[in-house]
Design a binder for this molecule. Structure first.
Ligand code: ZN
Ligand code: ZN
Length: 393
């Protein structure tokens, strides 16, 4: 029996875990109950584990010695008020598992169940390290996410390679997607003020209207990708927050702008930052001023070509080649990127579209086809099993 068959027998158990986590979502670095639930399950499987890794993460070991592969799942939820009518909807108002990290945690626990049976039966040699990572969606007070912190604490030091997956609610259920090389974008955020001089709305000539200045700045920002970046390269700048003003007859002092910057290559990333600065500087040319700060976020997620090919072949053998596809590049970002920089890594997707309704990630109506959970568990377990077998010297 393949892991895919054996995972079907665990389906109800894994779905129950996902629903329990879904009903009790916790924000980044607050995954206390979630970590406890993970620890209890590992304890029942007689798997050694350590809690408090990267603050609220859990790390566990199966087997010992070389070869050594890490499997990673993220555990945190988002600050979203859930709008579904699921019977297991969030009981923590304003917090929701709207990215599927509840499913990832269930997938990795499922992989632990499958692998622990084979380790106990003496069928596997080597080490599988399970990384239950906190805080993929947000930084802590030190500006670091859970993945970055885990790498910094050395969680990847004692492994040879790392594998992670993400369910995707908009891709057909139980299809796998993988690509070598750059996969997900680098993300930076910016925050700035366009500064003018306030005054009466009826006498704009006596003020310096920052709304007018900001309009020129935003226009210039929207021209950066189309006019300044090489058309064969990828980049995005989106202005997502604008705040100014208090009344219809008052010209405000300033306009606050916030947005996101996405790119794949270091040169493009630097150019986007420089041209964003130039766009804000238009305010100065027109007699006003500006402040701009750019916060560097996650780097580009780059799949190791050998590990990506390894997962493509593994998934094709397990599920049938017709269910394994070349993934598109995403402008979304992932802090798995830190792990894939520390060790040869591969991040791949498992489709989990539930029905004809659009239920995108980070949305109050997000939901998945839960049949993707045993599939994800089987893919992680099979990746580990094969890695150990193929890399045993
Ligand atoms: Zn997310
Ligand atoms: Zn996610």
């Amino acid at each position: 029996m393949t892991y895919l068959d054996r995972a079907q027998a665990l389906k109800d158990t894994l779905i129950a875990i996902r629903r329990d986590l879904h009903a009790h979502p916790e924000l980044s670095f607050q995954e206390v109950r979630t970590a406890q639930r993970v620890a209890e399950t590992l304890h029942d499987l007689h798997i050694e584990y350590e809690t408090g890794v990267a603050r609220t993460g859990v790390v566990a070991y199966l087997g010992e010695g070389e070869p050594r592969l890490a499997l990673r799942a993220d555990m945190d939820a988002l600050p979203i008020l859930e709008a579904t009518d699921l019977e297991f909807k969030s009981q923590n108002a304003g917090v929701m598992h709207a990215c599927g990290h509840d499913a990832h945690t269930a997938c990795l626990l499922g992989a632990a169940m499958l692998l622990s049976e084979d380790f106990a039966a003496g069928k596997l040699k080597g080490t599988v390290k399970l990384l239950f990572q906190p805080a993929e969606e947000n930084f802590g007070p030190d500006g670091k996410s859970g993945g970055e912190l885990m790498v910094e604490e050395g969680a990847l030091d004692d492994v040879d390679a790392v594998v992670g997956l993400h369910v995707i609610s908009t891709l057909p259920a139980n299809e796998a997607y993988v690509r070598p090389g750059p996969f997900m974008a680098a993300v930076d955020t910016f925050e700035g003020d366009v500064i003018g001089r306030g005054g009466h709305g009826a006498y704009p000539h006596e003020a310096l209207d920052p709304v007018w200045l900001a309009a020129q700045v935003i226009n210039a920002i929207h021209g950066i990708v189309s006019r300044r970046i090489n058309p064969t390269k990828q980049g995005v700048i989106s202005v997502t927050v604008i705040h100014a003003g208090t009344a219809s007859n008052i010209i405000p002092e300033s306009v606050h702008l916030v947005g996101t910057i996405r790119s794949f290559e270091a040169e493009v990333r630097d150019q986007l930052h420089a041209d964003l600065e130039n766009a804000f500087a238009i305010a100065r040319a027109l007699g006003g001023d500006y402040k701009l700060s750019i916060l560097r976020g996650y780097p580009t997620t780059v799949n190791d070509p050998k590990m990506a090919e390894f997962v493509r072949v593994m998934a094709s053998d397990l599920m049938g080649a017709e269910h394994v596809h070349a993934a598109d590049m995403h402008m979304g970002a992932e802090d798995f990127s830190f792990m894939a920089r520390a060790k040869p890594g591969v991040f791949f997707n498992v489709g989990a579209k539930k029905d004809a309704v659009h239920r995108p990630h980070h949305n109050p109506n997000f939901d998945i086809d839960e049949s993707a959970i045993p599939t994800g568990a089987a893919l992680l377990a099979e990746a580990a099993r094969r890695y150990l077998i193929e890399n045993t010297k």
